[in-house]
Design a binder for this molecule. Structure first.
Ligand SMILES: [Zn+2]
Ligand SMILES: [Zn+2]
Length: 140
């Protein structure tokens, strides 16, 4: 059965496509430009429905607000702990190593793995630079 999307869901989906790994609050801010009377609760509900339908991905980072991704092709997320920027890691190298890892874990545990969540975090290149700059400042 084909699911029919409402005007609200279309607007929310479009907002997700424009934004880079937004939080629900970011999506709400964007959607309100088109639908000023929409509530945050409605945005949350629709986002959850889109996740359940597999139209968008939920990106969970421990201790941070969930982010969402309109790109559902397989890729890994790496989050900057300082500025919260989410970077996509994708490509043949990353994915083939990932599949090997999942296979090895499946073989060792005896569980046929059909779902996994990996979380990677650190400092993005911008934050590394500002950290180095700050370190130089304090040396002076
Ligand atoms: Zn950063
Ligand atoms: Zn992504």
């Amino acid at each position: 059965m084909e699911r029919r999307y409402s005007q609200q869901q279309h607007t929310i989906k479009n907002a997700l496509h424009c934004l880079d790994h937004p939080t629900a609050a970011d999506v709400y801010g964007e959607v309100r430009k088109t639908l000023p009377s929409i509530s945050l609760g409605t945005v949350y509900r629709n986002i959850n429905r889109l996740v359940d339908d597999g139209v968008i991905l939920r990106v969970s980072t421990p201790g941070e607000a969930d982010r969402f991704d309109a790109c559902v092709d397989e890729h890994i997320h790496v989050t900057c702990k300082r500025c919260g920027h989410v970077v996509d890691a994708e490509g043949e190298d990353v994915l083939s190593s990932l599949h090997e890892l999942v296979e090895a874990i499946g073989a060792t545990s005896g569980i046929r793995i059909d779902e996994y969540a990996l979380s990677f975090s650190g400092l993005c290149s911008d934050c590394q630079e500002s950290e180095e700059a700050a370190a130089l400042q304090t040396k002076k």
